[in-house]
Design a protein. Sequence first.
Length: 281
Amino acid sequence: MLSYRHAFHAGNHADVLKHYVLGLVLAHTKQKDKPFWYIDTHAGAGMYSLQDGYATQNQEFKEGISKLLSAKNLPQSLADYMAQIQSFNTGSELSFYPGSPMVAESFMRADDRMRLFELHPNDYKLLSENFEGFGKQAKVEMQNGFKGLKSCLPPPPRRAVVLIDPPYEDKQDYHYVVDAIKDSLKRFPTGTYIVWYPLLQRPEPAEMLDELLALNVPDWLHVTLSVESPSEEGFGMYGSGLFIINPPWTLPKTLAETMPVLTALLALDETASFTLDSQIE
Protein backbone atom coordinates (compact mmCIF):
# COMPACT_ATOMS: atom_id res chain seq x y z
CA MET A 1 0.00 0.00 0.00
CA LEU A 2 1.38 3.36 -1.06
CA SER A 3 -1.28 5.74 0.27
CA TYR A 4 0.49 6.51 3.55
CA ARG A 5 2.35 9.83 3.81
CA HIS A 6 4.08 10.50 7.11
CA ALA A 7 3.97 14.26 6.52
CA PHE A 8 0.39 14.27 7.86
CA HIS A 9 1.73 13.19 11.26
CA ALA A 10 5.14 14.91 11.36
CA GLY A 11 6.17 16.01 14.83
CA ASN A 12 3.28 14.34 16.65
CA HIS A 13 3.55 12.57 20.02
CA ALA A 14 4.62 9.31 18.35
CA ASP A 15 7.43 11.06 16.47
CA VAL A 16 8.60 12.67 19.70
CA LEU A 17 8.86 9.33 21.51
CA LYS A 18 10.43 7.56 18.54
CA HIS A 19 13.02 10.20 17.71
CA TYR A 20 13.92 11.00 21.31
CA VAL A 21 14.66 7.34 22.02
CA LEU A 22 16.40 6.88 18.66
CA GLY A 23 18.72 9.72 19.57
CA LEU A 24 19.52 8.14 22.93
CA VAL A 25 20.39 4.85 21.24
CA LEU A 26 22.58 6.48 18.58
CA ALA A 27 24.36 8.73 21.09
CA HIS A 28 25.34 5.64 23.06
CA THR A 29 26.33 3.70 19.94
CA LYS A 30 28.75 6.39 18.75
CA GLN A 31 30.62 6.43 22.06
CA LYS A 32 32.75 3.57 20.74
CA ASP A 33 35.42 4.42 18.18
CA LYS A 34 34.32 1.62 15.84
CA PRO A 35 32.06 2.70 12.96
CA PHE A 36 28.45 1.57 12.69
CA TRP A 37 25.59 1.50 10.20
CA TYR A 38 22.15 3.07 10.60
CA ILE A 39 19.47 1.22 8.64
CA ASP A 40 15.97 2.69 8.22
CA THR A 41 13.42 0.33 6.64
CA HIS A 42 10.68 2.94 6.13
CA ALA A 43 12.59 6.20 5.93
CA GLY A 44 9.92 8.58 4.62
CA ALA A 45 10.88 11.92 3.11
CA GLY A 46 13.57 12.79 5.65
CA MET A 47 12.36 16.34 6.37
CA TYR A 48 8.89 17.83 6.75
CA SER A 49 7.57 21.37 6.53
CA LEU A 50 5.32 22.42 9.40
CA GLN A 51 4.33 25.64 7.65
CA ASP A 52 2.74 24.27 4.48
CA GLY A 53 1.70 21.01 2.88
CA TYR A 54 0.32 17.89 4.53
CA ALA A 55 1.51 18.66 8.07
CA THR A 56 -0.70 21.75 8.27
CA GLN A 57 -3.93 19.82 7.65
CA ASN A 58 -4.22 18.13 11.04
CA GLN A 59 -1.37 20.08 12.69
CA GLU A 60 -0.53 17.10 14.89
CA PHE A 61 2.81 18.71 15.73
CA LYS A 62 0.98 21.22 17.91
CA GLU A 63 0.11 18.41 20.33
CA GLY A 64 3.60 16.94 19.96
CA ILE A 65 6.91 18.69 19.40
CA SER A 66 5.46 22.18 19.93
CA LYS A 67 4.68 21.30 23.55
CA LEU A 68 8.35 20.58 24.20
CA LEU A 69 9.38 23.80 22.50
CA SER A 70 7.59 25.86 25.14
CA ALA A 71 8.61 23.67 28.08
CA LYS A 72 10.98 24.95 30.75
CA ASN A 73 13.68 23.09 32.68
CA LEU A 74 13.68 19.96 30.56
CA PRO A 75 15.90 17.06 31.69
CA GLN A 76 19.21 17.19 29.84
CA SER A 77 18.48 14.37 27.38
CA LEU A 78 15.14 15.95 26.38
CA ALA A 79 16.83 19.34 26.12
CA ASP A 80 19.43 17.77 23.82
CA TYR A 81 16.65 16.33 21.66
CA MET A 82 14.97 19.74 21.41
CA ALA A 83 18.28 21.39 20.54
CA GLN A 84 18.67 18.91 17.70
CA ILE A 85 15.18 19.69 16.37
CA GLN A 86 15.80 23.43 16.63
CA SER A 87 19.07 23.05 14.71
CA PHE A 88 16.99 22.46 11.58
CA ASN A 89 15.15 25.74 12.13
CA THR A 90 15.94 29.43 12.39
CA GLY A 91 14.38 31.64 15.04
CA SER A 92 12.17 30.49 17.87
CA GLU A 93 9.40 28.89 15.80
CA LEU A 94 9.51 25.47 14.21
CA SER A 95 9.20 25.53 10.44
CA PHE A 96 10.64 22.07 9.83
CA TYR A 97 10.63 18.73 11.59
CA PRO A 98 13.25 16.08 10.73
CA GLY A 99 12.27 12.51 10.01
CA SER A 100 14.21 9.61 11.46
CA PRO A 101 16.92 9.67 8.74
CA MET A 102 17.78 13.29 9.48
CA VAL A 103 17.65 12.67 13.22
CA ALA A 104 20.09 9.82 12.72
CA GLU A 105 22.34 11.79 10.39
CA SER A 106 23.13 14.18 13.21
CA PHE A 107 24.93 11.33 14.99
CA MET A 108 26.86 10.02 11.99
CA ARG A 109 30.65 10.29 11.90
CA ALA A 110 32.89 10.16 8.84
CA ASP A 111 33.19 6.36 8.84
CA ASP A 112 29.57 5.61 9.74
CA ARG A 113 27.07 4.68 7.02
CA MET A 114 23.33 5.01 6.43
CA ARG A 115 21.08 2.73 4.39
CA LEU A 116 17.67 4.29 3.81
CA PHE A 117 14.73 2.48 2.21
CA GLU A 118 11.51 4.13 1.01
CA LEU A 119 8.99 2.57 -1.36
CA HIS A 120 6.63 5.53 -1.96
CA PRO A 121 7.90 7.22 -5.15
CA ASN A 122 7.17 10.78 -4.01
CA ASP A 123 8.76 10.33 -0.60
CA TYR A 124 11.68 8.50 -2.19
CA LYS A 125 12.26 11.50 -4.46
CA LEU A 126 12.18 13.90 -1.51
CA LEU A 127 14.42 11.63 0.54
CA SER A 128 16.95 11.44 -2.28
CA GLU A 129 16.94 15.22 -2.62
CA ASN A 130 17.36 15.70 1.12
CA PHE A 131 20.40 13.43 1.13
CA GLU A 132 22.10 14.79 -1.96
CA GLY A 133 25.67 15.70 -1.18
CA PHE A 134 26.15 13.07 1.51
CA GLY A 135 28.16 10.93 -0.90
CA LYS A 136 28.85 7.33 0.03
CA GLN A 137 27.81 7.89 3.63
CA ALA A 138 24.10 7.68 2.80
CA LYS A 139 22.61 5.25 0.30
CA VAL A 140 18.94 5.79 -0.54
CA GLU A 141 16.95 3.03 -2.27
CA MET A 142 13.35 2.85 -3.51
CA GLN A 143 12.68 -0.60 -2.17
CA ASN A 144 10.55 -2.51 0.30
CA GLY A 145 12.50 -2.01 3.51
CA PHE A 146 11.72 -5.47 4.84
CA LYS A 147 13.45 -6.96 1.82
CA GLY A 148 16.18 -4.35 1.71
CA LEU A 149 17.13 -5.05 5.30
CA LYS A 150 18.23 -8.57 4.38
CA SER A 151 20.83 -7.22 1.96
CA CYS A 152 22.42 -5.09 4.70
CA LEU A 153 22.99 -7.77 7.32
CA PRO A 154 25.47 -8.36 8.69
CA PRO A 155 26.99 -4.93 8.02
CA PRO A 156 30.75 -4.79 7.39
CA PRO A 157 31.62 -3.13 10.73
CA ARG A 158 29.45 -5.65 12.62
CA ARG A 159 27.71 -2.79 14.41
CA ALA A 160 24.32 -1.37 13.45
CA VAL A 161 21.17 0.35 14.67
CA VAL A 162 18.08 -0.68 12.71
CA LEU A 163 14.79 1.25 12.85
CA ILE A 164 11.69 -0.62 11.70
CA ASP A 165 8.58 1.56 11.66
CA PRO A 166 6.14 0.67 8.87
CA PRO A 167 2.83 2.55 8.64
CA TYR A 168 0.84 -0.58 9.63
CA GLU A 169 -1.96 0.46 7.25
CA ASP A 170 -1.68 -3.09 5.95
CA LYS A 171 -2.37 -5.53 8.80
CA GLN A 172 0.28 -7.80 7.32
CA ASP A 173 2.92 -5.29 8.44
CA TYR A 174 2.66 -6.69 11.97
CA HIS A 175 3.61 -10.13 10.67
CA TYR A 176 6.29 -8.69 8.39
CA VAL A 177 7.91 -7.02 11.40
CA VAL A 178 8.15 -10.27 13.35
CA ASP A 179 9.46 -12.14 10.32
CA ALA A 180 12.04 -9.40 9.68
CA ILE A 181 13.27 -9.53 13.26
CA LYS A 182 13.54 -13.32 13.21
CA ASP A 183 15.51 -13.26 9.97
CA SER A 184 17.69 -10.36 11.09
CA LEU A 185 18.64 -12.04 14.36
CA LYS A 186 19.80 -15.08 12.41
CA ARG A 187 21.94 -12.93 10.13
CA PHE A 188 23.13 -10.45 12.75
CA PRO A 189 22.20 -11.30 16.37
CA THR A 190 24.21 -8.47 17.97
CA GLY A 191 22.51 -5.58 16.14
CA THR A 192 20.28 -3.08 17.92
CA TYR A 193 16.75 -3.29 16.52
CA ILE A 194 14.13 -0.63 17.27
CA VAL A 195 10.53 -1.52 16.40
CA TRP A 196 7.96 1.28 16.54
CA TYR A 197 4.24 0.49 16.63
CA PRO A 198 0.96 2.35 17.28
CA LEU A 199 -1.33 1.83 20.26
CA LEU A 200 -4.71 1.00 18.78
CA GLN A 201 -7.95 -0.67 19.87
CA ARG A 202 -7.30 -3.74 17.76
CA PRO A 203 -5.51 -7.00 18.54
CA GLU A 204 -2.60 -6.86 16.08
CA PRO A 205 -0.21 -4.58 18.05
CA ALA A 206 -0.48 -6.66 21.23
CA GLU A 207 -0.17 -9.90 19.25
CA MET A 208 2.98 -8.60 17.55
CA LEU A 209 4.48 -7.62 20.89
CA ASP A 210 3.73 -11.07 22.31
CA GLU A 211 5.50 -12.67 19.36
CA LEU A 212 8.53 -10.42 19.81
CA LEU A 213 8.71 -11.25 23.52
CA ALA A 214 8.36 -14.94 22.69
CA LEU A 215 11.65 -14.76 20.78
CA ASN A 216 13.30 -14.79 24.22
CA VAL A 217 16.15 -12.49 23.26
CA PRO A 218 18.41 -11.91 26.29
CA ASP A 219 18.36 -8.10 26.13
CA TRP A 220 15.30 -5.99 25.37
CA LEU A 221 13.41 -2.87 26.40
CA HIS A 222 9.77 -1.99 25.88
CA VAL A 223 8.39 1.52 26.38
CA THR A 224 4.94 2.88 25.60
CA LEU A 225 3.39 6.34 25.81
CA SER A 226 -0.37 6.81 25.92
CA VAL A 227 -1.43 10.46 25.58
CA GLU A 228 -5.18 10.01 25.99
CA SER A 229 -7.88 7.46 26.66
CA PRO A 230 -8.93 5.32 23.69
CA SER A 231 -11.87 6.78 21.78
CA GLU A 232 -15.34 5.48 22.49
CA GLU A 233 -15.76 4.77 18.78
CA GLY A 234 -12.75 2.44 18.90
CA PHE A 235 -10.75 4.24 16.24
CA GLY A 236 -7.55 6.25 16.21
CA MET A 237 -4.08 6.02 17.69
CA TYR A 238 -3.98 7.00 21.35
CA GLY A 239 -0.26 6.38 21.85
CA SER A 240 2.69 4.40 20.60
CA GLY A 241 5.38 2.00 21.71
CA LEU A 242 8.94 0.93 21.01
CA PHE A 243 10.35 -2.56 21.41
CA ILE A 244 14.14 -2.53 21.34
CA ILE A 245 16.39 -5.57 21.04
CA ASN A 246 19.95 -5.16 22.37
CA PRO A 247 19.32 -1.69 23.83
CA PRO A 248 22.03 0.39 25.51
CA TRP A 249 22.39 -0.65 29.13
CA THR A 250 21.93 2.99 30.13
CA LEU A 251 18.54 3.35 28.45
CA PRO A 252 16.25 2.01 31.23
CA LYS A 253 17.59 4.50 33.77
CA THR A 254 17.37 7.45 31.38
CA LEU A 255 13.80 6.65 30.38
CA ALA A 256 12.74 6.01 33.97
CA GLU A 257 13.83 9.56 34.73
CA THR A 258 12.38 11.28 31.65
CA MET A 259 9.22 9.42 30.66
CA PRO A 260 7.19 10.97 33.52
CA VAL A 261 8.18 14.42 32.22
CA LEU A 262 7.44 13.52 28.61
CA THR A 263 4.09 12.01 29.53
CA ALA A 264 3.04 15.10 31.47
CA LEU A 265 4.05 17.38 28.59
CA LEU A 266 2.25 15.41 25.88
CA ALA A 267 -0.86 14.43 27.86
CA LEU A 268 -4.17 15.20 26.16
CA ASP A 269 -6.26 14.09 29.13
CA GLU A 270 -5.85 12.82 32.69
CA THR A 271 -5.46 9.19 31.59
CA ALA A 272 -2.07 9.79 29.91
CA SER A 273 0.50 7.26 31.09
CA PHE A 274 3.63 5.34 30.16
CA THR A 275 5.00 1.85 30.69
CA LEU A 276 8.63 0.82 30.84
CA ASP A 277 9.91 -2.75 31.06
CA SER A 278 13.30 -4.18 30.27
CA GLN A 279 15.57 -7.17 30.61
CA ILE A 280 19.27 -6.56 30.13
CA GLU A 281 21.70 -9.28 31.14
